[in-house]
Design a protein around this ligand. Structure first.
Ligand code: FES
Ligand SMILES: [Fe+2]
Length: 400
């Protein structure tokens, strides 16, 4: 054994190999394999109610864009650099017809059509139709603004979800765009690590008894501390796990959690309240090293907000408190801006993570070859997806 081999066998930190992440499944910019795969789906980009006439910057899939609502209530999502001489439309003003650039007043509608050029003869009537500010299509649904940033000819139907359809008179939808579901809180929107670290965590049921129940005290309910029997499998839209727990003699349950393409997470109630999940999350990549979580939920009209899982909001915790009682934020952001896959040692409990990555690589390959990945449909009759996640108690459980 030479010196180098000896160091490796002893686990010396000196002379470690080069670190790298799996670029194929993490990087989301235009033209990257994962970025092109992502661009075949609709993404939530904002909570509808905060989209007003004042333009705002949004960053998504590594692209900077300007989001606004015109006086007719239509939402626009435009490339920021004005088609004239490139100043940002962030300083623009919005009226009934669209957004007007601050510099020379060119005005664009929500589809980027140039509708006014005040410094040109005849307001540019003869030239403006040649000008188009780059734009993306948007729709609004479940209290969220959705954008499609892919090839126009491949624009799929915006998915709907059966659990959000046909609300009763005492129910409403709520939409959020904060980091609460990733261990942060309502005051923090962007989580500083790669989106995959959060999404693949959804297929990792074994961190729940450790991180959320023993290491940091009980963040959900004590029953989560029971080590589950887990099966993972593929579904029509992605993957699921079923975590079986024997809560006590005669009381057993299955917790079914879904990770659906491209970044949908459906996590049943963490207090193990019975029933189908009524809340859906989307882990939207801001860029390669940041993500933002959006959620939509069906709740009673008198709903008072989510029960906190941490004693204090994340932003009010000291570093010591975060060390003493870490949560998802610390675990996921703690993996680094993009986790080094070259240094991982996946074990049997990571089967879901490994399966999810493999299935995603397959979808990326399908897109690369010109096909349509899982969960994409062009048929409006197939727009409604069924949610099969939830906490299901086995009423017929027998004592062993
Ligand atoms: S740079 Fe926008 S109108 Fe001139
Ligand atoms: Fe977690």
């Amino acid at each position: 054994m030479d010196q180098a081999e000896k160091r490796i066998s002893e686990g010396s930190a000196y002379g470690r190999g080069p670190q790298h992440w799996d670029r194929e499944i993490t990087e989301v910019g235009p033209g990257t394999p994962c970025g092109e795969f992502m661009r075949r789906y609709w993404h939530p980009v904002a909570v509808s109610e905060i989209v007003v006439s004042r333009p705002q910057n949004v960053r998504i899939l590594g692209e900077d864009l300007i989001l606004f609502r015109d006086g007719k209530g239509r939402v626009g999502l435009l490339y920021p650099r004005c088609a004239h001489r490139g100043t940002t439309l962030y300083y623009g003003k919005v009226d009934e017809a669209g957004i007007r650039c601050c510099y020379h007043g060119w005005q664009f509608d929500v589809q980027g059509k140039c509708i006014d050029m005040p410094c040109e003869p005849d307001n540019g009537a003869r030239v403006r139709e040649k000008i188009r500010q780059p734009w993306y299509p948007v729709e609004e649904l479940y209290g969220l603004v959705w954008a499609y940033m892919g090839p126009p000819e491949k624009k799929p139907v915006l998915p709907r979800w059966d659990v959000f359809e046909n609300l009763g008179p005492n129910e409403k939808m709520v939409a959020t765009g904060s980091s609460t579901g990733a261990g942060g809180d309502d005051t923090v929107e962007i989580v500083p690590c790669n989106w995959l670290q959060d999404w693949e965590n959804i297929m990792d049921p074994f961190h729940i008894p450790i991180l959320h129940t023993s290491f940091s005290g009980v963040q959900f309910v004590p029953e989560m501390g029971i080590m589950p029997d887990v099966t993972w499998d593929h579904t029509e839209l992605g993957m699921r796990y079923i975590a079986h727990r024997k809560i006590e003699e005669g009381r057993e349950m299955d917790r079914v959690t879904l990770a659906l393409f491209p970044h949908v997470r459906i996590v049943p109630d963490v207090r193990l309240i019975e029933g189908t999940a009524q809340r859906i999350g989307w882990v939207v990549p801001v860029d390669d090293t940041h993500f933002r979580l959006f959620h939509a939920a069906r709740v009673p009209l008198d709903w008072k907000g989510r029960v906190p899982t941490r004693e204090k909001p994340w932003s009010e915790m000291s570093e010591q408190e975060r060390q003493d009682k870490p949560g998802d934020w610390e675990a996921q952001v703690g993996q680094g801006p993009i986790s080094f896959h070259s240094e991982e040692h996946l074990a049997s409990s990571d089967k879901g993570v490994a399966m999810l990555r493999r299935l995603m690589k397959k979808q990326i390959q399908i897109v690369r070859e010109g096909g349509d990945p899982m969960g994409v449909t062009f048929d409006p009759a197939k727009a409604v997806n069924k949610v099969e996640a939830g906490n299901f108690y086995r009423s017929d459980a027998v004592t062993a």
